[in-house]
Ligand binder design. Structure first.
Ligand SMILES: [Zn+2]
Ligand SMILES: [Zn+2]
Length: 53
């Protein structure tokens, strides 16, 4: 199996709960099962929220 984020073959891949993309332990949060893309998106949204309030 190959991680689409870093293009490296990994024995263990996780599926992102948010976008269903496969990612390896280097490319996301394996505890929450979120890929880096979704983690960054969430962080951006949080930043925007804190600006609004
Ligand atoms: Zn990866
Ligand atoms: Zn994701």
């Amino acid at each position: 199996m190959k991680c689409v984020n870093c293009n490296k073959s990994k024995s263990k891949l996780y599926t992102c709960e948010e976008c269903n993309q496969k990612f390896c332990s280097n490319c996301g949060d394996t505890q929450r099962e979120w890929c880096d893309t979704c983690l960054q998106f969430e962080q951006t949204q949080k930043d925007n929220e804190s600006i609004d309030t």
